[in-house]
Design a protein around this ligand. Structure first.
Ligand code: ADP
Length: 225
C-alpha cells in the first residue's frame, strides 16, 4: 500500500517579479515500510520536496497524498494535527524547544496526543535513545548528538507511520552520526516505519532501499539492491 503519493507536483517560489521553479511536475510513490533517500546538489529542492511531503508547506500545483489524506484539501490546522499524529520529523538543527528540558521536549507530542502516563513514556523513550540520565538537561546543556537523539525520541513519541529526516546527521561527527543512523533504521526495520530522508552523505543514502536524485526540478531514481 502506498503511504505517500506525490502526483505531478510543482513548487514555484515567487520573490518580487521573479519566480523560481524548484520542482517541476514531480511524481513519487512510496510504499509503507520502505526507506528512501532524496539526494542532489545544494539548492536543488530536496528540503522543499520533503516539506511538501510532510505537509509543512503546500505545492503550487499537483497533489500529495499521505496515508490516505490529500494534503492540499486540508486546512492548516488539519495538516498540523496530521503532523502531530502520524508523522515524525527530524531536522539537521534538531529544533528542540530551548525553554524545555529533554524530558519535556519528548512529552510535548505525547501530551498533544492526549496519551496517558506521559512522563513515564517520555522517560522510556529517552532511555531507548540512551539518554535516561539527561532528562532534566536543557538543549543548550546537551551536545549536538544528544540533542539529535532527544529529537529522535520526540519523533518516536508520535509512533509515526512515516519518519521524515532532513540531513539528520549533517551536524554530527561520524561516530555520533552512526548512532543516530542506527536509531532511525532500527525504527524502520523493527516497527515498519516508512523512512524518507534528505542527505548529502552517499554512505547514508546507500543504506536506504531507494535513492532519488533531484536535478533541474526533476527527479530520477536509481534502483539498488
Ligand atoms: P536543498 O534542500 O536541495 O538545498 P531547498 O529546497 O532548500 O534546496 O531550496 C531550493 C531552492 O529554492 C533554492 O534556490 C532556495 O533558495 C529556494 N527557496 C527555498 N525556500 C524558499 C522560499 N521560502 N522562498 C523563496 N525561495 C526559496
Amino acid at each position: 500500500m502506498a503511504i505517500l503519493n506525490v502526483v505531478d507536483v510543482s513548487k514555484i517560489y515567487q520573490s518580487g517579479t521573479r519566480s523560481l521553479t524548484v520542482l517541476d511536475q514531480v511524481n513519487l510513490h512510496i510504499e509503507a515500510g520502505d526507506s528512501l533517500a532524496i539526494v542532489g546538489p545544494s539548492g536543488s529542492g530536496k528540503t522543499t520536496l520533503l516539506g511538501l511531503c510532510a505537509g509543512l508547506d503546500q505545492a503550487s500545483t499537483g497533489s500529495v497524498q499521505l496515508n490516505g489524506h490529500r494534503l492540499e484539501k486540508l486546512t492548516e490546522d488539519e495538516r498540523a494535527a496530521l503532523r502531530s499524529q502520524e508523522i515524525g520529523f527530524i531536522f539537521q538543527n534538531f529544533q528542540l524547544l530551548p525553554t524545555l528540558t529533554a524530558l519535556e521536549n519528548v512529552m510535548v507530542p505525547l501530551e498533544l496526543r492526549k496519551k496517558k502516563h506521559v512522563r513515564q513514556k517520555a522517560i522510556e523513550l529517552l532511555e531507548k535513545v540512551g539518554l535516561g540520565d539527561r532528562a532534566s538537561h536543557y538543549p543548550t546543556q546537551l551536545s549536538g548528538g544528544e540533542q539529535q537523539r532527544v529529537s529522535i525520541a520526540r519523533a518516536f513519541a508520535n509512533e509515526p507511520k512515516i519518519l521524515f529526516a532532513d540531513e539528520p546527521t549533517g551536524n554530527l561527527d561520524t561516530e555520533t552520526g552512526e548512532m543516530v543512523e542506527d536509531l532511525i533504521f532500527d525504527l524502520n526495520k523493527a516497527s515498519g516505519t516508512t523512512l524518507v530522508l534528505v542527505t548529502h552523505d552517499a554512505d547514508l543514502a546507500a543504506k536506504t532501499n531507494r535513492i532519488v536524485h533531484i536535478k533541474g526540478g526533476k527527479i530520477q531514481e536509481n534502483q539498488h539492491a
